[in-house]
Design a binder for this molecule. Structure first.
Ligand SMILES: NCC(=O)N[C@@H](Cc1c[nH]cn1)C(=O)O
Ligand SMILES: [Zn+2]
Ligand SMILES: [Zn+2]
Length: 512
């Protein structure tokens, strides 16, 4: 009871107060909507509503695109990569863009045969000289996938389960490129706030063959007015959105061991010949020790020293070893702390052995001595390592080790991909725009992260064009790109679309 007032008076006061606050609330909502529609420099509800309302259509397009087996590693699938490039072109045309299908020459296969590389899409939406121009890069090719690799479902048929979309390329990279294109569609309803260029290729997964030369050739034409470059092809470190300012490079090696002229019966020839496979396994086993340390002399010499406050950068990131264990099924990692593990993922080199071509790998018990085998391994390198130096160090080392073994077989070491590492300044203006966009969509501060994987063209884009490069991906930490059961969550796919839309708006108010 309020002293000095009757119960009736108090009830009256209460009702009046309630009405007053409801009127204030209505006023506040009107103000908010007016602000969003008229004044906000970021997408208003209209864009987000458009995205929400078109979700089913966006998911259906992802299904249609994943259905094309655009595996760039298999030359027999080249027509499908080309078909994928055509489908992408058609959709960009529908968005109102102009498109050039830039031819980038031929690929020489190991047989010596030459086949055309898929064209690169160079597209443009808007050409207003008063607005900044952002060029987005992504790829339409995918890693190989067969259901017999251990997929639970057919890799090229998108399956919806538990709010996830499973299928090869859903995350890497068709889903991420589509989220960007859908963002363009959604924002374009009101008119694009910046000029947009698109560079979309079909050979990223095999090292972006032919793209470096195209960037150099088009430096003074297509790319001449580009102010910012954004790569839409990275995962977040956790469920929290991440903006990526560095990626490792990749030096990919083939080591061929040639023994007999043909495969031999192991009953007839076992114990009488130097086996190519044994030589190869021996060589592969000299590359790294059990702790993952690379044994090639000199390989760590160029690695950039750890900066004064660098470890602090890793401390506050949202990342848990337990979640990584749960995702991968790996019980014990090579490193025990979050900081140590992230540093070995992002800023130290690593060596992985990928496979052996020519070796018996089927089910059953074939008793053969393979005549020729090709071991495949790669070294993810970091600033300031140089692919040409790594090539020499690895080749010299393997040749020396082989000569110690005194085998009469022949070896040939070839570096088939030499993609450079890349590292940017995370305080460049477009990074700040991306941070604001993350805040706008997710109401969170973005984690500033690096990628352990490689974007082969990132360093070239930065060096040749002299512009800021940023990796703004929308993949989840457990999407399993390159692995079995790759997926993207519907949440990342749709909210990621809003992120790209917001980034476009935030960028329009950024001065370079
Ligand atoms: N999503 C990026 C990605 O997967 N990139 C590939 C590129 C590559 C490197 N070497 C061969 N291809 C990656 O494996 O990191
Ligand atoms: Zn990719
Ligand atoms: Zn990939």
């Amino acid at each position: 009871m309020i002293a000095g007032t009757s119960a009736q008076e108090q009830a009256q006061t209460f009702i009046t107060g309630k009405q007053y606050s409801s009127a204030m609330f209505r006023l506040f909502i009107i103000f908010l909507l007016t602000y969003q529609v008229l004044l906000s420099p970021v997408p208003n509800n209209g864009v987000f509503q458009y995205i929400d309302a078109h979700q089913d259509e966006f998911i259906q397009r992802l299904k249609d695109w994943v259905a094309i087996e655009s595996d760039s590693s298999d030359p027999s699938k080249r027509d499908l990569v080309n078909k994928m490039m055509e489908m992408t072109k058609d959709y960009i045309l529908k968005l109102g863009g102009s498109v050039e299908m830039a031819e980038i020459g031929e690929q020489e296969l190991s047989s010596g045969e030459k086949i055309p590389l898929p064209p690169v899409i160079l597209a443009e939406l808007g050409n207003d000289k008063s607005k900044p121009t952002v060029c987005f890069y992504g790829h339409m090719d995918v890693q190989p996938a067969k259901q017999t690799d251990g997929w639970l479902t057919e890799p090229y048929t998108v399956v919806e389960k538990d709010d996830n979309l499973y299928g090869r390329g859903t995350s890497d990279d068709k889903g991420q490129v589509l989220a960007l294109l859908h963002a363009l569609e959604s924002v374009n309803v009101m008119g694009l706030p910046v000029n947009v260029k698109l560079a979309i290729e079909g050979m990223e997964e095999v090292g972006s063959d032919g793209l470096e030369k195209l960037v150099e050739d088009k430096k003074d034409t297509f790319f001449s007015n580009v102010d910012y470059i954004v790569v839409t092809d990275t995962p977040w470190l956790s469920k929290k959105p991440g903006i990526t300012y560095g990626a490792r490079g990749n030096c990919y090696f083939f080591i061929e061991v040639q023994g007999a002229r043909r495969d031999l019966h192991s009953g007839g020839f076992g114990g009488t010949v130097h086996e190519a496979m044994s030589d190869l396994i021996y060589l592969l086993n000299t590359l790294a020790d059990g702790k993952g340390r690379i044994l090639v002399p000199g390989i760590y010499e160029a690695v950039a020293p750890v900066g004064e406050n660098e470890t602090d950068l890793y401390k506050n990131l949202e990342f848990s070893l337990e979640e990584m264990q749960a995702d991968t099924g790996v019980k014990q990692f090579l490193h025990d702390t979050k900081e140590d593990l992230l540093m070995h993922r992002w800023r130290y080199p690593s060596l992985s052995i990928h496979g052996i071509e020519g070796a018996f790998s089927g089910t059953g018990t074939k008793t053969v001595i393979p005549a020729k085998v090709i071991g495949k391994f790669s070294i993810r390198q970091v600033p300031n390592m140089e692919p040409s130096v790594v090539n020499k160090q690895v080749t010299d080392y393997l040749e020396a080790k082989f000569s110690e073994r005194k085998s009469p077989n022949k070896i040939k070491v070839t570096m088939v991909i030499g993609a450079k590492p890349w590292l940017a300044d995370m305080n460049e203006p477009q990074y700040l725009a991306a941070r604001r966009a993350v805040k706008r969509v997710f109401n969170l501060e973005a984690d500033m992260i690096r990628a352990g994987g490689t974007i082969p063209i990132a360093k070239t884009l930065e060096d040749v064009l002299g512009k800021s490069v940023m990796l703004l991906g929308i993949g989840g930490p457990d999407d399993a790109p390159h692995g079995q059961n790759e997926k993207i969550s519907k949440y990342n796919y749709i909210e990621g679309t809003k992120l790209y839309a917001s980034y476009l708006q935030e960028l329009s108010s950024t001065s370079s």
